[in-house]
Ligand binder design. Structure first.
Ligand SMILES: [Zn+2]
Length: 240
């Protein structure tokens, strides 16, 4: 039995060597951080390939590649579909870097993606893209308890159903809720129709129609600092 296990291991290593030797033939999404649009399946495939080549350990931080957000579920609204990805650009201790954990939301039917930014910024950008009029929705006041352990409360459902326009009470539509000071994340799947429960803080940021400042900053940093960073970490595999 031990003998068979050994053979299986060697075979996988052989495949890895093969894949490394044929890296120049890779035609998928880049095996490093990118600000270009790629469909979700291609991002998944590229990250899986990077992990196959370089190992799973620390792969978020080592690859800087887009991977599925742990918290962001898929939300569909009309012809649109929001899928969340995260890239870890935070520097290692003692190193310099742009220092952010970035999120983008991809809308594959439109071949659209949000600028890379904070999780909330990305989610808001997708709503600006896909859900016209969401900024005019009534804000559920903090006095209305929105959720209990078992989900949305009856009082919240009644409040929302009475005040939200009928055309916004459809699958994937969001609600906006007033939050306590430290609970301002937008949460996928928490509206009565499986859309986002958006924190009212979203309305403090104006709609963005241009790619934001942050994406340009990250891209510029990567272009200027990548060779230096690679040299400084000689012997480490950073992708190509
Ligand atoms: Zn779309």
């Amino acid at each position: 039995m031990e003998h068979e296990g050994q053979l299986a291991f060697d075979f996988e290593e052989f495949e890895r060597e093969e894949a490394r030797a044929r890296l120049h033939e890779w035609a998928g999404a880049p095996l490093h951080f990118t600000t270009d649009y790629y469909p979700p399946a291609m991002l998944d495939e590229a990250f899986a390939h990077w992990r196959f080549l370089n190992g799973d350990f620390g792969s978020f931080g080592r690859s800087h590649m887009w991977h599925r957000s742990i918290s962001g579920g898929t939300v569909e609204f009309g012809e649109h579909r929001a899928e969340s990805f995260t890239a870890d650009l935070r520097p290692e201790p003692g190193a310099e870097g742009p220092g952010d954990l970035l999120t983008m939301v991809v809308c594959e039917p439109c071949e659209w993606h949000s600028p890379a930014g904070s999780e909330n910024e990305a989610v808001e950008a997708w709503h600006d893209h896909a859900v016209p009029g969401w900024r005019e929705l009534p804000v559920v006041p903090r006095q209305v308890r929105v959720r209990s352990e078992t989900g949305l409360t009856k009082v919240a459902l009644r409040w929302i159903e009475q005040r939200y326009p009928a055309h916004m009470q459809v699958p994937g539509a969001p609600i906006i809720t007033e939050r306590a000071q430290y609970g301002t994340r937008h949460v996928a799947g928490y509206s009565p129709w499986g859309g986002y429960d958006l924190s009212a803080t979203a309305l403090e940021r104006p709609a963005r129609t241009q790619p934001g400042r942050s994406i340009r900053r990250e891209a510029a940093w990567f272009e200027s600092a990548q060779p230096a960073a690679s040299a400084a970490r000689r012997g480490r595999v950073l992708g190509d």
